[in-house]
Design a protein around this ligand. Structure first.
Ligand code: PMV
Length: 326
C-alpha cells in the first residue's frame, strides 16, 4: 500500500534579512501543502516524479536517468527528494527501492518553502512506508540536508516550519522557539510571479551594510526590535498594531534595498484596499507579499490584489507540520 505524507508552506511574518545578521525572525506555517506519495519497489532504485513540474527520473546509486523533462533540470530538481528517500532507506537498512510521486499546492520558487515541504513530506512518507521510526528531529535534519542541495546553505527556517508547523521565533544562534499566536491572523499572500535569487539579495544587503554601516546597522537593529514587539502583539491578538508593525518592517526592507516595483505595486494596492498592513515576505526582489486585513475587508483586498496581477490566496496559520495523509 502506498503512503502519502504532506508538509506545509511557510511565510516570514517579520524579520527576513535582518535574521542573517543575528536578529530574530517570526515564521508561520500556512495551509498550503506539498504531498509525497511513496510506493515500495522491488529493485533498489529511487524513482521520483513531479508531474506538475513535468519532471521524472530514476536514480540508481550515483546514476540518473531522466524520463520527463531535460536531464539536467530533472536531476537538479529531483535530487533533494532522492536524498530524503535515500537517508530513510539507509536507516531502515532496506534492500528495496521506492517510487516517490510529488504534488503540491505551494507556488514554487516564490519564497514559500515549497522545496523544504517536499523533502519533509518525502522523509515522512518513506519512513512510514518502511515502518522505520524517524523522529521529527530526524526529518528536520534530513530536510536541512536536502535544502543545502537546493540553496547552498539553509538557515533552517524552511525545514523547521515544514517539520513542526505553527508559528516559530527563530534566532540564528539559538534556533527555534514555538510561539503561541492568536488563532485569527487573517492574511493574504500575493505573488508578483517575479523569480529572484535569495543569495543575490542577501549579498545586496550585506554590500549596503558594508558601504553605509552607520546607516544600515541601526536599520537592522530596528528590524530586531520590530520582531520583539511583534511577539507580544501576536500573543495579544492586536491586529491593528500587527499591521502597523508589518508596514514598519516593510519600510526597513525597502531601506536595505530588497523591494522592487512589482512588490511596491502589490503592497500599495493592498493598503489602499483597506489592509491593516502589508509587506514583502522572504528575500524580496520579487516573490510574494503578505497583507493583513480584518475579515470583512479580506475579499476586497484580495480582489484588488488579483486585479493588480497578484495571484492571491488566503493564508491561514496551521499548527500541523509534516503528517501522514489518511
Ligand atoms: O524567500 P526565502 O524563503 O528564500 O527567504 C529568505 C530569507 C532570508 O532572511 C532573506 C535569508 C535567510 O536565510 O534567512
Amino acid at each position: 500500500m502506498p503512503v502519502t505524507a504532506s508538509a506545509p508552506a511557510k511565510i516570514i511574518l517579520f524579520g527576513e534579512h535582518f535574521v542573517v545578521f543575528g536578529e530574530p525572525a517570526i515564521v508561520m506555517a500556512i495551509n498550503r501543502r506539498a504531498y509525497a506519495k511513496a510506493t515500495l519497489r522491488k529493485d533498489r532504485r529511487i524513482h521520483v516524479a513531479a508531474p506538475d513540474l513535468g519532471l521524472a527520473g530514476t536514480f540508481e546509486k550515483e546514476k540518473f536517468k531522466a524520463e520527463q523533462g531535460s536531464p539536467r533540470k530533472a536531476r537538479k530538481e529531483l535530487e533533494p527528494v532522492k536524498l530524503a528517500a535515500e537517508k530513510v532507506l539507509a536507516k531502515a537498512k532496506s534492500n528495496t527501492g521506492v517510487t516517490v510521486n510529488i504534488t503540491s499546492d505551494i507556488p514554487a520558487a516564490a519564497g514559500l518553502g515549497s522545496s523544504a515541504a517536499v523533502a519533509a513530506a518525502t522523509a515522512k512518507a518513506v519512513s512510514c512506508l518502511l515502518h522505520v521510526p524517524f523522529s521529527a528531529e530526524e526529518i528536520f535534519n534530513v530536510t536541512c540536508e536536502a535544502e543545502c542541495l537546493v540553496h547552498g546553505t539553509s538557515s533552517g527556517i524552511d525545514p523547521a516550519v515544514a517539520t513542526y508547523g505553527g508559528v516559530l521565533l527563530f534566532k540564528r544562534e539559538e534556533g527555534f522557539e514555538r510561539l503561541i499566536a492568536n488563532e485569527n491572523i487573517p492574511l493574504m499572500v500575493g505573488n508578483t510571479c517575479v523569480t529572484r535569487c535569495t543569495g543575490d539579495l542577501v549579498t545586496k544587503v550585506r554590500q549596503n551594510k558594508e558601504n553605509f554601516p552607520t546607516i544600515i546597522e541601526p536599520v537592522i537593529k530596528a528590524g530586531g526590535e520590530i520582531v520583539t514587539q511583534a511577539v507580544e502583539t501576536l500573543q495579544q491578538g492586536d491586529l491593528k498594531r500587527l499591521g502597523e508593525l508589518m508596514n514598519l518592517n516593510h519600510a526597513l526592507l525597502y531601506a536595505v534595498g530588497v523591494s522592487s516595483e512589482p512588490i511596491e505595486k502589490l503592497v500599495n494596492t493592498a493598503r489602499k484596499a483597506g489592509a491593516l498592513g502589508a509587506k514583502l515576505t522572504g528575500a524580496g526582489g520579487g516573490g510574494c507579499i503578505i497583507a493583513l486585513a480584518e475579515r470583512p475587508k479580506l475579499r476586497r483586498v484580495k480582489k484588488a490584489l488579483d486585479t493588480a496581477g497578484g495571484n492571491t490566496f488566503y493564508a491561514e496559520k496551521t499548527d500541523e507540520g509534516v503528517r501522514i495523509e489518511k
